[in-house]
Design a protein around this ligand. Structure first.
Ligand SMILES: [Zn+2]
Length: 108
């Protein structure tokens, strides 16, 4: 097991790590505070520092408008990566994947 890195009090996006909870399948789980809604949220170290998790799940799920969803679908067809799209529209990658899936279903 590698040495645990103390990230307590270091703000990453809207995540403030409060205390280390446990190691789960080699992932260090931290109790954090979402700075957008002040709710407690449990996030793994890797998701915190990579910015994969930027806030709690409900704050992170910014809804995309239909117009934005169409734009994203078009851009993906033009080989714009999901990572770039998530950055551009300021949403989680999972939101982009979900949007693309929904758009695909509508096209059929
Ligand atoms: Zn939140």
């Amino acid at each position: 097991m590698s040495k645990r890195i103390d990230i307590r009090g270091v703000i990453y996006n809207s995540i403030l790590p409060l205390r280390f909870i446990e190691n789960k399948n080699t992932h260090a789980i931290w109790k954090c505070k979402c700075l957008k809604c002040h709710k407690a949220v449990y996030v793994s170290y890797i998701n915190i520092v990579t910015g994969n998790t930027k806030s709690c799940a409900s704050c992170g799920q910014r809804k995309l408008s239909i117009k934005e969803a169409k734009e994203i679908y078009k851009k993906k067809q033009n080989n714009i990566s999901v990572i770039a799209l998530a950055k551009e529209y300021n949403v989680e990658r999972s939101t982009i994947y979900r949007t693309l899936k929904n758009m695909k279903m509508q096209k059929k």
